[in-house]
Design a protein around this ligand. Structure first.
Ligand code: XUL
Ligand code: CO
Length: 442
């Protein structure tokens, strides 16, 4: 195989004092934290679409980055060159997982889905052949049911039964390829599943059809031996005005209402959380307390821009809070997919590596600091103490469902008034977090 990223070395851990731009400062794969190696805590994945596909095209201008990898885009030779580039890239960074949409892998044949499917068979054979003897495997697969114009009125939510068949066909094929490539999960991101106006939309009808498609996907997936998790990836808007999977709470309600909650978890994307006016940590917590924190799309938005900028994560504070949630959750069944893209002027191969080094180091530092926060114990013990009135007496009876409204009212009357409320101490706790974050330990 000819080397594509010729001037880039294998990226190694050199520690925080290194100033080598092609070295990890914090991500030390074999370092053990709370009983597991960093590599086990952080199953990082490369998003095929951004890393091997996106050239920096935006609404105002053409691509700035050359992702042809020596072949003509739109050909199967190019699709294979992307595989070669992807494997070299992942090996140089020590990344073991990738995520894909069907049409990230091969050019879609717009006139005949049979030909697209044949190309997917050919390309997935090629991936298997090229990854043989490596640790590289699929984290999750998905079907792109938002790019092709046939999905302009939705995929599972379309008004057209024929288009619904095409959505089903793509899900079926993407599941086949995911299973073939050893994928841990299968994602539904509802890009066009939503609406612009209620003047033309039957919301209940559309949501029932989406749920039905998901049920059929579960039945099919299990029938071909897929034992992993299905995921919904919530997002409030973009491209639709109202997207049905608005946020974690909405998606969980939907999954429970339609009996999909045993097979589905959530894939939480940081930038989608902030678009929904939540913090990343909020979305992770809501998923976790419902037993549905499955996987993460690791990126970040820009608070000054109102859209999904998909930036590589550099915010250590957010990464620390993310890893706190993940550690408390006992890890993930999925992993950390960099659904992130270089900024348009960062258009060199070196920039691709710098972006991943940044993202991996950010999460490694977040992990180190989250573990320190748990071991330090000040935050957790504050929270435990805050609810202590429910551990004994009438509080314990409330928690154990051993009381009645009348007994509680009687208790209030006897007390005449409750003890003065205790401080929530937010500023103290924020100081504790800063103290841990900026301590010299790491
Ligand atoms: C879009 C997005 C998708 C999903 C997969 O905002 O995040 O790339 O991750 O379809
Ligand atoms: Co995503």
């Amino acid at each position: 195989m000819t080397e594509i990223f010729k001037d880039i070395p294998v990226i190694k851990f050199e520690g925080r004092d290194s100033n080598n731009p092609f070295a990890f400062k914090y991500y030390d794969p074999e370092r053990v934290i709370m009983g597991k190696t960093m590599k086990e805590h952080l199953p990082f994945a490369m998003a095929w679409w951004h890393n091997l596909g996106a050239s920096g095209v935006d609404m105002f201008g053409a691509g700035t980055a050359d992702k042809s990898f020596g072949q003509v885009p739109g050909t199967m030779e190019h699709a294979k060159a992307k595989v070669d580039a992807g494997i070299e890239f992942m090996q140089k960074l020590g990344i073991e997982y990738y995520c894909f949409h069907d049409v990230d892998l091969v050019p879609e044949c717009v006139d005949d889905i049979n030909e697209t499917n044949r190309r997917l068979d050919e390309l997935s054979d090629y991936i298997l052949e090229k990854t043989k003897g490596t640790n590289i495997k699929c984290l999750w697969g998905t079907a792109n049911m938002f790019g092709n114009p046939r999905f302009m009125n939705g995929a599972g939510s379309t008004n057209s039964a024929e288009v619904y068949c095409f959505a089903a066909a793509q899900v079926k094929k993407a599941l086949d390829i995911t299973v073939k490539l050893g994928g841990r999960g299968y994602v539904f991101w509802g890009g066009r599943e939503g609406y612009e106006t209620l003047l033309n939309t039957d919301v209940k009808f559309e949501q029932e059809n989406i749920a039905n498609l998901m049920h059929m996907a579960v039945d099919y997936g299990r029938s071909i031996g897929f034992t992993g998790d299905f995921y919904i990836e919530p997002k409030p808007k973009e491209p639709m005005k109202h997207q049905y999977d608005f946020d974690a709470a909405t998606a969980i309600g939907f999954l429970k209402q339609y009996g999909l909650d045993k097979d589905f978890k959530l894939n939480i994307e940081a930038n989608h959380a902030t678009l929904a006016q939540h913090t990343f940590q909020h979305e992770l917590r809501i998923s976790a307390i419902n037993g549905m924190l499955g996987s993460i799309d690791a990126n970040q938005g820009d608070p000054l821009l109102g859209w999904d900028t998909d930036e590589f994560p550099c915010n250590v504070y957010d990464a620390m809070m993310c890893m706190y949630e993940v550690l408390k959750n006992g890890g993930l069944t999925g992993g950390f997919n960099f659904d992130s893209k270089n900024r348009r002027p960062s258009n060199t191969y070196a920039d691709m590596f710098h972006a991943f080094i940044l993202g991996m180091d950010t999460f490694a530092l977040g992990l180190i600091k989250a573990a320190e926060m748990i071991e330090d114990g000040r935050v957790d013990s504050f929270i435990e103490h805050r609810y202590a009135s429910f551990s004994t007496g009438i509080g314990a009876k409330i928690r154990n469902h051993e009381t009645t409204l009348a007994e509680l009212a009687q208790c209030a009357c006897e007390l005449k008034k409750p003890a003065a409320p205790e401080s929530g101490a937010q500023e103290y706790l924020e100081g504790v977090v800063n103290n841990i974050l900026f301590s010299s330990k790491n």
